[in-house]
Design a binder for this molecule. Sequence first.
Ligand code: SF4
Length: 168
Amino acid sequence: MGNKNLHCQRVVPFWLLLLDNLPTVSMFFLGTAILIRVTLWLGIGYLFYAGFAIAWFWAHICPHCHHFATFGCPCGYGHISSLFFKKKNGTNFRRIFRKNIVVLFPCWFIPPVVTIYVLLQQFDRALFVLMILFSITAFLLVPYVSKFVGCKNCASRSNCPWINKEKK
Ligand code: SF4
């Protein structure tokens, strides 16, 4: 399990890890369902890209984080990352986060862009419903759960660029 820092300030319970991950996983599957409805290979490509983006997050963001290899990570990524990567010390977490988080952005924006393009050509009720579900999940549930549940009591909150978007 690598170099665990068990002296972190809190232990995130398992139910909270599940709650924190459920909206993101749901978003990936809804995005895949949307794109499969358009073209099978687009859906499969999206799912692979989502996996790649999460692995990128584990490799390039988590090792720089205060919660790496602790039980304090609100979504459990810090644990998973520590199974594969080594901790990086002395780096600016805010700068690293901002530089690498863009890899995840296509997971949020490819399904809506493709859906709008397809719906402008021809209305598809199932695609429209999937798009509504995707939008609620991706743009409301994911940020709400991470900010107000998973990250609510985090000691690194003041240093987190996800919570403090206005800070430079
Ligand atoms: S808090 Fe965020 S950056 Fe830190 S280990 Fe967890 S998922 Fe990674």
